[in-house]
Design a protein around this ligand. Structure first.
Ligand SMILES: Cc1cc2nc3c(=O)[nH]c(=O)nc-3n(C[C@H](O)[C@H](O)[C@H](O)COP(=O)(O)OP(=O)(O)OC[C@H]3O[C@@H](n4cnc5c(N)ncnc54)[C@H](O)[C@@H]3O)c2cc1C
Length: 488
């Protein structure tokens, strides 16, 4: 870190800022280029909506800096005025992490969207925080490399938001979360100083790995402005299969068999429940490759860099072995890229289909991979007992033990009455998850939505350590207050 040491002296905190001072916009305008400070309601609206429509932001000032220096200047001015700042990337987060209060300033990174450097020999790229994930993937591809972070919102989420929420997605099984894909960071701290940790080193054991504090901190410890990302060899051989199975235990055995046979070529292993496929067919026009219905399905992708297509026979022999063992009831292998994309749409269409199928109470949970079948059985029984008729839309990243365990309202039940039971149903599902050694948020983070659940389930010692870290880096609670570890 550069500049004066961080002051730990108690001073006024963001809680003392009862309202955004009238002169703040003028001070920000004087320090930042024209078009950076938005105060008109019409200009701010797009930044105040929230993906799930559970909240509505209220920030009277929206900032759109174009450089690290502008972010730093904005943070300094807000910190001096004791006015909190809510960082925002693509605003696709699912836990209300970018929701702003009436006494807060929203800082959007969207105009910091330059890919600054691609170094194919070092297998790295340097990007500004506001780069859209799909643009980063395309830039890597243009240099014959792969940036493997991949998720449904990749057309609009930004790398700063991906890192701040330690995003997961469909390739975690092979490449890890956003955390594992990051070599260096540049961060604007809560007092406006800049930490330059933008190192493109694959090895660096010079002290605490500070980058890991900021990754996954959801904007509560610093504002990520630039990052050095890891690249990988491009995948030229992709083989995709969609399998029908009797139950999740068989899916688990198939996953283990696939990893034994194909090693790290297993790039994705996704679970799709029968109800999830049904609503995708009904609401998105997707078509199951099977004539009969099955209790559960698995989408498997094997991928490698060998242009000769050596993975096709591996996948075929894996599925033959699985048939012989009675694990797989039916299966198809994509014959073309179009067919592979169509099979993926059966999985990726689930969130959209769910919106159309009625109200949903959502859970983004993980348990040890070997316990996923036990989790699904116990949660299924408990949900059925508490809310007969609730339709369970379970799907997601079986390979990571991460299941999106969503409940769709029972037929005939009022949506409002169903949603009124959100906390009760969360409690039922989360108690089982925790009992199985799992996590109440596998990849979406905490934000506002799960701050209460975090306090309920997290070890008190761990909560205290998190609070101390926050106090050390942001004693005045300027950055995204109320999110994750709350205000207190
Ligand atoms: C259809 C759909 C599918 C999704 N699938 C997945 C999935 O498979 N896996 C997954 O992990 N998530 C998924 N998500 C959730 C979401 O897309 C991810 O959490 C994503 O990483 C958020 O990026 P964003 O740029 O939209 O961040 P935002 O929503 O803008 O912000 C997320 C959090 O990060 C903070 N933040 C944003 N930018 C910065 C910054 N530069 N510095 C510091 N803090 C910052 C915000 O304050 C907020 O707390 C999905 C969402 C949708 C809508």
């Amino acid at each position: 870190m550069s500049g004066a040491p961080f002051s730990l002296a108690p001073g006024p905190t963001a809680r003392d800022a009862r309202r955004v001072p009238a002169e703040l916009a003028a001070r920000l305008r004087a320090a930042l280029p024209e078009g950076t400070v938005l105060t008109e309601e019409g200009d701010r609206t797009a930044y105040l909506v929230e993906e799930r429509s559970l909240y509505r932001g209220q920030a009277p000032i929206v900032l759109r800096p174009r450089s690290t220096a502008e972010v730093a200047a904005a943070v300094r001015i807000c910190a001096e005025a004791c006015v909190p700042i809510v960082p925002q990337g693509g605003n696709t987060g699912l836990v209300g992490g970018t929701v702003s209060g009436a006494h807060e300033v929203l800082l959007s990174l969207g105009r910091m969207n330059r890919i600054e450097d691609v170094d194919p020999l070092n297998f790295t790229m340097t990007v500004q925080a506001g780069c859209v994930l799909a643009d980063i993937q395309a830039a890597a591809e243009a240099h014959g490399r792969l940036f493997p972070l991949s998720l449904g919102a990749q057309g609009s989420c930004q790398i700063g938001g991906n890192l701040a929420s330690n995003a997961g997605g469909i390739n975690v099984l092979r490449y890890g979360n956003a955390r594992e894909l990051t070599l260096g960071l540049e961060v604007v701290l809560a007092d406006g100083r800049v930490w330059n940790g933008l190192r493109a080193l694959h090895k660096d054991n010079t002290g605490y790995a500070l980058k890991h504090l900021f990754i996954g901190s959801e904007g509560t410890l610093g504002i990520i402005t630039r990052a050095v990302l890891k690249l990988f060899p491009r995948l030229t051989d992709r083989q995709v299969a969609f399998c029908a199975l009797r139950d999740p235990a068989d899916a688990l055995t198939l996953l283990s068999m696939a990893r034994d046979r194909a090693g790290e070529a297993v790039t994705a292993f996704e679970l799709v429940s029968s109800f999830a496929l049904e609503i995708v067919e009904h609401h998105t026009g997707g078509q199951s490759p099977f004539t009969e219905r099955h209790p559960v399905y698995a989408l498997i992708e094997l991928a490698g860099s060998d242009a000769d297509g050596t993975l096709r026979p591996v996948l075929e022999s894996l599925l033959e072995q699985a048939f012989e063992a009675g694990l797989v009831a039916d299966a198809v292998i994509a014959e073309s890229l179009e067919q592979a994309a169509a099979l993926w749409r059966l999985r990726e269409g689930i969130p959209e289909a769910q919106k159309k199928a009625g109200g949903s109470i959502k859970h983004d949970v993980s348990v040890p991979v070997s316990r996923v079948p036990a989790f699904l059985k116990r949660a299924g029984d408990a949900v059925a007992a508490a809310m007969p008729g609730a339709r369970i839309c379970a799907f997601g990243h079986l390979g990571d033990g991460n299941i999106h365990y969503n409940l769709t309202q029972p037929e005939g039940m009022e949506k409002a009455a169903f949603l009124a039971r959100w906390e009760e149903m969360n409690g039922i599902v989360h108690d089982i998850v925790v009992d199985l050694g799992g996590s109440i948020s596998a990849e979406h983070g905490i934000g506002l939505l799960k701050a209460g659940e975090l306090r309920r389930y997290k070890d008190p010692v761990e909560m205290e350590l998190m609070g101390r870290l926050r106090d050390a880096l942001d004693p005045a609670r300027i950055l995204n207050p109320g999110k994750m570890v709350g205000l207190g």
